[in-house]
Design a protein around this ligand. Structure first.
Ligand code: SF4
Length: 68
């Protein structure tokens, strides 16, 4: 069985603009300071395109998708 891609955020690189959570509210919450909290790291296939978009638009390259 194929493993689901995983979402990771590098907390050191992140500067808390919150764009990833706007794109992926199903997987990412923001804390009181605007930093992302991953709700679930497994990315369902129907959200994979949006997760890849979040990875591309993150200004600090903090969003990562691990495909296996
Ligand atoms: S888009 Fe990138 S820098 Fe902005 S909150 Fe998300 S992970 Fe952090």
């Amino acid at each position: 069985m194929a493993r689901m891609p995983k979402l990771r955020i590098n907390p050191i690189a992140c500067n808390g603009h919150g764009m990833c959570a706007e794109l992926l509210p199903e997987l990412i919450d923001l804390d009181d300071w605007g930093y992302p909290i991953i709700k679930t790291s497994e990315i369902p296939l129907n959200l994979l395109d949006m997760a890849k978009r979040a990875e591309r638009i993150c200004p600090t390259l903090a969003v990562m998708i691990l495909e296996n």
